[in-house]
Design a protein around this ligand. Structure first.
Ligand SMILES: [Zn+2]
Ligand SMILES: [Zn+2]
Length: 163
């Protein structure tokens, strides 16, 4: 897949996707209209810094789609009686196989941005909550700012301009 970053809009918190291979390294938020700029660098190489915020604290995980995993289990549960439970074993194998072949993503401890479609940097490891603890305060400040934006928006009852 094309390299891209998925991040939360700094103004309203909505999810945004910005291509890493593009020239602009920016995207306009569909919800609030603000332009979110990546600090970069872009490109298709392994990350040493977060493209969204520049932090050097990054971790690796499989790009697991929880909905797909649960769907497999749900179908297996429905088939458990007619197949005398064999479907449950098959589901476990399918989930294992899905997991094994899932692409790996690079996640930022500081801003939770997700880098997809780039190779894994061998210096990065799995999630470590001790590392994330160091970013807790900054993260909660950002959440407070986003909540303030959202409640200000809700309170704004003036008619929208048709721009
Ligand atoms: Zn926004
Ligand atoms: Zn970041």
């Amino acid at each position: 897949m094309r390299p891209e970053v998925e991040l939360a809009c700094p103004t309203c918190g909505d999810g945004l996707r910005v291509p890493l291979a593009g020239e602009a390294l920016a995207a306009d938020c569909r919800r609030c209209g603000e332009r979110a700029m990546l600090v970069g660098p872009g490109g298709t190489g392994a990350r040493s810094t977060c493209a969204a915020c520049g932090a050097q604290a990054l971790w690796i995980q499989r790009d697991f789609n929880r909905a797909v995993g649960l769907g497999v289990v749900a179908i297996a549960a429905l088939l458990a009686v007619p197949t005398k439970g064999i479907s449950l074993g098959v589901a476990a194998l399918v989930d294992l196989a899905l997991y094994r072949f899932l692409p790996r993503i690079t996640v930022c401890y500081a801003c939770d941005a997700i880098h997809r479609g780039v190779p894994v940097n061998s210096e990065h490891a799995a999630y470590d909550h001790h590392v994330e603890d160091g970013f807790k305060e900054a993260k909660s400040k950002r959440q407070v700012a986003i909540q303030a934006w959202r409640s200000a928006r809700r309170g704004d009852r003036s008619p929208r301009s048709s721009a």
